[in-house]
Design a protein around this ligand. Structure first.
Ligand SMILES: NC(=O)c1ccc[n+]([C@@H]2O[C@H](COP(=O)([O-])OP(=O)(O)OC[C@H]3O[C@@H](n4cnc5c(N)ncnc54)[C@H](OP(=O)(O)O)[C@@H]3O)[C@@H](O)[C@H]2O)c1
Length: 260
């Protein structure tokens, strides 16, 4: 199982789940030290773990990962596209390079990695592709983190298409759509204080829970899963509201976070 963004949060939690379920792992992210620490922990539990540091904002990274795995003689039967981050300063206040990196890490790299590794899975008649999207991808767009939701919507739809295309091949494809999850995500985008103040503790889920739900959904080959009853209700509500009302609802969310 190749897991991107395994150095923290949901990716690290997924690595622990897959290790417990008997998978050998290839862990990637930029922070090698964190990956090595996790690899040591998982190896102590009996898993075979390889660490391949990469920056997925680099356009050459997916191909380099594919080649590095092949050079080690490893077979990839599972791919978790999890690496991601957001920026909430607003479209015009975010550097174009950062926007390009968001698109590369969360959209282009997952597509390219699936395109590189899925053929082998189909050939062997077995595979798992778990794309970590977001509840944001099921909600109307928000001002502030303008690109994040659309990128995640893309990943959900692309997962649905691939899920249909690979049905019957033994390769499962699932989009995991977590809501607020306790990880480094909101520290990395600098919104920890405001989201903690705006949203009560019961709205937050642990990375371990989200990982378990994602794992189970992919094993049963569900096209998508949203952990948490409240998150599922919110996404359902947004889907059935007229666009204007749905945008107003999410506008309230952005105001609570003082983004617009
Ligand atoms: N936390 C939430 O509330 C939440 C909700 C819905 C969806 N999600 C999604 O869940 C996924 C995991 O996020 P998280 O919550 O676990 O956040 P996190 O704790 O900040 O972890 C993000 C992971 O992505 C990796 N990453 C970021 N930029 C990268 C790059 N350029 N190249 C390679 N790896 C990179 C980070 O590793 P390095 O820094 O070591 O590179 C880290 O391992 C993301 O796709 C996120 O959009 C999160």
């Amino acid at each position: 199982m190749l897991i991107t963004g395994a150095s923290a949060g949901i990716g690290a939690a997924l690595a622990r789940v897959y290790a417990v379920e008997g998978w050998d792992l290839i862990l990637t992210a930029r922070r090698e030290r964190a990956l090595q620490a996790l690899a040591g922990e998982l190896a102590a539990g009996g898993a075979t773990v390889a660490v391949v540091p990469e920056d997925l904002a680099d356009p050459a990274a997916p191909r380099r990962l594919f080649d590095a795995v092949a050079a080690r003689g490893l077979t990839v039967d599972g791919l978790v596209n999890n690496a991601g981050f957001s920026r909430t300063a607003g479209f015009l206040a975010t550097e174009p390079e950062v926007q390009a990196a968001m698109i590369r890490v969360m959209l282009t790299a997952p597509v390219e990695l699936a395109r590189l590794f899925a053929p082998g899975m189909v050939e062997r008649g077995y595979g798992r592709i778990l794309n970590v999207a977001s509840l944001a991808g099921r909600m109307p767009a928000t001002g502030g983190d303008t690109l994040y939701g659309p990128i995640k919507s893309f990943l959900i739809k692309a997962s649905q298409g691939l899920h249909l295309e690979l049905r019957g091949t033994g390769v499962h494809v699932t989009a995991l759509c977590p809501g607020y999850t306790l990880t480094e995500f909101h520290d990395a985008n600098g919104t920890r204080a405001e989201v903690s103040a705006a949203y009560p503790a019961w709205m937050w889920q642990t990375a371990e829970h989200v990982a378990r739900v994602g794992y189970a959904a992919c094993e049963t080959n569900r096209p998508g899963v949203t952990p948490g009853v409240m998150n599922t209700l919110l996404a359902g509500l947004a889907k059935h509201l007229p666009d204007r009302l749905a945008l107003a609802m999410v506008g309230g969310h952005a105001k609570r976070l003082k983004r617009i």
